[in-house]
Design a protein around this ligand. Structure first.
Ligand SMILES: C[S@@+](CC[C@H](N)C(=O)[O-])C[C@H]1O[C@@H](n2cnc3c(N)ncnc32)[C@H](O)[C@@H]1O
Length: 243
């Protein structure tokens, strides 16, 4: 079957038979964007059910992968990598190596299983730990899908209660991310999907905006070593640029 034939099959109404990892990889590499249900089919039921809320949509990850190659990012850090959905798709659709850092052991297990099924161990790996407790390498690009937002959700909306979730932690993590970005080298890329909650140093410039996604998708690049000016929220900065 051709790649578009595979895609048609997966976008047809959902059946209890999903595609294999090989089929998904084949379609993505051929430039066909499979339906999210096709990819999510490869996840355990519990993770499949919350995919719409917590895991990057396929179309978003594919667009980011294109940006990674365009801006020659060879190393990417997905901070708060969840089940590894973004990491796997980004690696399949770009030349980059992806490191995912995730606090929850149960999600790391799912992510490592995906890497094995997609045979991506040469370019994708996951480390378990919380931001601040794990030593992070210097990378060309950071990907953040609103990782700290769960701290602000109500109990029923959170993934589970195995980690600290609080407003205090939200503020701590957002501030630490802003500090990491402020200390990053010129040229560092930051891709945010639905923002990350913190402010951006004035050394970052908006270089790309995704279109047609459920949440704002933005690519920022650190273009100056130093700049005077306030640290602003992504929304405020994006508005300044787009006005
Ligand atoms: C919205 S999900 C995004 C998952 C993945 N990046 C994706 O796009 O498919 C956010 C993830 O970040 C993780 N996370 C949140 N705060 C974290 C922290 N401080 N350190 C490590 N992981 C964190 C959560 O456990 C959750 O799995």
């Amino acid at each position: 079957m051709t790649a578009s034939g595979h895609a048609r099959r997966w976008t047809a109404s959902h059946t209890d038979v999903g595609p294999t990892a090989d089929e998904v990889a084949f379609a993505l590499r051929a430039g066909v964007v499979p339906d999210d249900r096709a990819f999510d089919w490869l996840l355990p039921e519990r993770e499949r059910e919350r995919a719409w809320m917590f895991w990057t949509p396929v179309r978003v990850a594919v667009e980011v992968a294109g940006w990674l190659d365009r801006y020659e990012a060879r190393s990417v850090l997905d901070l708060g990598s969840g089940v590894g959905k973004f990491a796997v798709i980004a690696a399949l659709c770009s030349k980059a190596s992806v490191l995912g850092v995730e606090q929850r052991a149960s999600l790391i297990e799912v992510a490592r299983d995906l890497v094995e099924r997609f045979a991506l161990s040469a370019r994708v790996r996951f480390e378990q730990g919380a931001f601040g407790a794990v030593e992070l390498p210097t990378v060309d690009a950071y990907y953040l899908f609103n990782p700290f937002g769960e701290n602000l959700f109500s109990n029923g909306e959170q993934i589970d209660n195995t980690v600290e979730l609080s407003f205090e932690r939200y503020r701590r993590d957002c501030r630490a991310m802003t500090a990491l970005l402020a200390a990053s080298p010129r040229g560092t890329l930051l891709c945010t999907y639905n923002g990350f909650g913190g402010t951006l140093p004035p050394t970052f410039r908006l270089v790309r905006v995704g279109q047609g996604h459920p949440c704002p998708l933005r690519l920022w690049r650190k273009e100056l070593d130093r700049a005077s000016g306030p640290f602003l929220s992504e929304e405020a900065l994006a508005e300044l640029v787009l006005r």
